[in-house]
Design a protein around this ligand. Structure first.
Ligand SMILES: O=C[C@H](O)COP(=O)(O)O
Length: 332
């Protein structure tokens, strides 16, 4: 089925950013957590239908792809990151689509949602993005395993904030989930949120290491109860990263939390999302399950290092009718 939403012409792809009251969290409600179930086979069946459910074409596809760019946390998280690579990435975040393509689509300039780096690169990124309004997100707390001593993980958050990070992506202790120690997960998350101060905190669940979809649902809920501004699937370093079944579970946990508390928590699928067509499936899923309000950078992000390159290729094809080589869209 071809779906063309009347509110998605190319020119309105980059809507003014709105802001949401922060999720303050709530007391740990163990009865609610323990009552959460996940019907794995039903979820997997539904997820398998998602890629074929909607298809957006031409102007509408271009509009959705431009919108997707504004929600990318443009990421580099490699052991060989250098100041030069991070500066190039930031230049890309400032101007993710060439002015020629933008003019051809009658679009004003857009930027990515954020730039995401290791703590060590925060200052470089902050300097390179000065005056743009693009926030820097730092992966802190002993990313990706989250197994450094607790006081060091808290200190790392504080240092990242001190260095200018406005968003902190923390990693949870998977063992708390695997052992069903919800109180420990809640306390950890609450301490991380407190250390963030005014910086927004995204809780990375590392869903590929949580053992079951029920654990994913319960961990999502506990992190939101402890004040997470976003819940995020993965570090990008697990053997299984963002998937559609996991996304369905997390998105529905966000919906339940909103229904119960009135607070909207954001969602960030991350890891392995590198194709424009996959990004469109995620956006359609959010639209269907959470509604248009969640399709803004304050409530939805893609954590991705190479997605932007493929989106650029698709936009170039939309404008010129020809695909360019992938190497012309390198990120860093
Ligand atoms: O948080 C973002 C991920 O680390 C990016 O993963 P990716 O390199 O597979 O896009």
């Amino acid at each position: 089925m071809e779906t063309q939403s009347s509110d998605s012409p190319v020119r309105t792809a980059h809507l003014p950013q709105v802001t949401e009251p922060r999720n303050p969290g709530m007391d740990l409600d163990l009865d609610w957590v323990r009552a959460v179930q996940a019907n794995t086979s039903a979820i997997e069946r539904r997820a398998a239908t998602l890629p074929g459910r909607r298809s957006v074409k031409k102007d509408y596809q271009a509009a959705w792809l431009l919108k997707a760019i504004t929600m990318i946390d443009l990421t580099t998280l490699s052991g060989d990151d250098t100041v030069g690579r991070v500066r190039r990435l930031c230049a890309k975040a400032r101007q993710p689509v060439s002015p020629t393509l933008l003019r051809a689509m009658d679009m004003t300039p857009i930027t990515t949602g954020a730039v995401c780096v290791y703590h060590d690169m925060v200052e470089t990124a902050v300097e390179a993005l000065e005056g743009t309004g693009i926030p820097v997100a730092a992966v802190s707390t002993g990313f990706p395993a989250g197994l450094s001593p607790f006081h060091l993980r808290v200190a790392e958050i504080e240092e990242s904030v001190q260095a200018g990070a406005e968003e902190i992506d923390i990693v949870i202790s998977r063992r708390h989930v695997l052992s069903g120690n919800w109180q420990a997960l809640y306390d950890e998350m609450k301490a991380f949120r407190a250390a963030c101060g005014d910086a927004h905190v995204k809780a990375i669940l590392a869903t590929g290491e949580l053992g079951s979809l029920r654990n994913v649902a319960r961990a999502s809920l506990v992190c939101m109860m402890a004040g997470a501004d976003f819940i995020k699937t993965s570090t990008g370093k697990e053997s299984v990263n963002a998937t559609l079944p996991v996304s369905l579970v997390m998105i529905r946990a966000i919906r339940d939390y909103y229904d119960r508390t009135g607070y909207r928590v954001g969602y960030k699928p991350a890891g392995g999302i590198s194709k424009a067509k996959d990004a469109l499936v995620y956006l359609a899923l959010i639209k269907d399950e959470l509604g248009d309000r969640w399709l803004e950078p304050d409530l939805f992000r893609f954590g991705a290092s190479s997605l932007l390159g493929d989106i650029e290729r698709q936009l170039e094809h939309y404008v010129t009718g020809a695909y360019s080589a992938g190497y012309r869209h390198s990120m860093g």
